[in-house]
Design a protein around this ligand. Structure first.
Ligand code: CA
Length: 245
């Protein structure tokens, strides 16, 4: 993998910590374009072309973020994610997908992916998505330790768990952030732009993404007694979402 690393430091970048990004993509031309754009933005980039090599690279080199294509020969991207999740790797993940199948995306987010980008994409957009992942703010107040909701549901934001119907559902850190944001802003409608700016930390909400909606779908499956008729995370048509209380 070493020969795939950037050998030239970005000259104009201030001496801050360089974030290391692993690109997992079997199509050479896309992999090359992604690496080029990310290196230009000051990231330290390595590239692998299949799932097993991705697992190997994450285990050994511990990159900060992985750009992961879902359609890989042999071991697919979702399998890579599932394996890393079991091993409890703390890595940010941006999925690349030509499919944009909602089920794949929901599964990807449940396996800990943070965002996705649909092929074809512009290198600039990808760089913006990756940069946003490193812009997460520290929470300004400690989360409430445990929330008791109607229907015997309880949410533990510190442990990222939902207890419902005698079962425990594990939340991803991103789902926890969304839930906490909705709860903190329970007296108003939270728009998709609010979530993109304040939870995903995009510089501008002017991106075409269904990331928010798909995360909400996944979150409802864990929190709501009946995800098909949500009562806790309510949809405000044409505006966004609102926490029930
Ligand atoms: Ca591919």
């Amino acid at each position: 993998m070493a020969e795939l690393m950037s050998t030239q430091p970005a000259p104009s970048r201030p001496q801050t910590q360089t974030h290391r990004v692993l690109v997992v993509e079997d199509e050479e031309s896309i992999a090359f374009g992604v690496r080029d754009a990310l290196e230009h933005a000051g990231f330290e980039v390595s590239v692998v072309h299949d799932g097993p090599a991705a697992l190997d690279a994450v285990r050994k080199a511990r990159p900060d973020l992985m750009v992961l294509d879902l359609m890989l020969p042999g071991m697919g991207g979702l399998e890579v994610l599932g394996t890393l999740r079991k091993e409890r790797h703390d890595i940010r993940v941006v999925i690349l997908t030509a499919l944009a199948s909602e089920n794949d995306l929901i599964q990807g987010f449940e396996l800990g992916a943070d965002d996705y980008i649909k092929k074809p994409f512009s290198p600039r957009e990808l760089v913006a998505r990756v940069e946003a992942q490193f812009r997460r703010k520290e929470l300004d107040t400690a989360p409430p330790p445990r929330l008791e909701l109607p229907g015997g549901i309880s949410v533990d934001l510190a442990r990222l768990e939902v207890h419902r119907d005698g079962q425990v559902f594990a939340l991803t850190p991103r789902e926890g952030d969304i839930l906490e944001y909705l709860i903190k802003n329970r007296n108003r409608v939270v728009t998709r732009d609010d979530l993109l700016l304040d939870v995903w930390h995009y510089k501008s909400a002017n991106v075409e993404t269904r990331t928010v909606d798909i995360h909400i779908v996944g979150l409802r499956r864990k929190v709501e007694p009946n995800a098909a008729e949500p009562t806790l995370i309510q949809t405000v048509r044409g505006k966004g979402y609102r926490w029930f209380s």
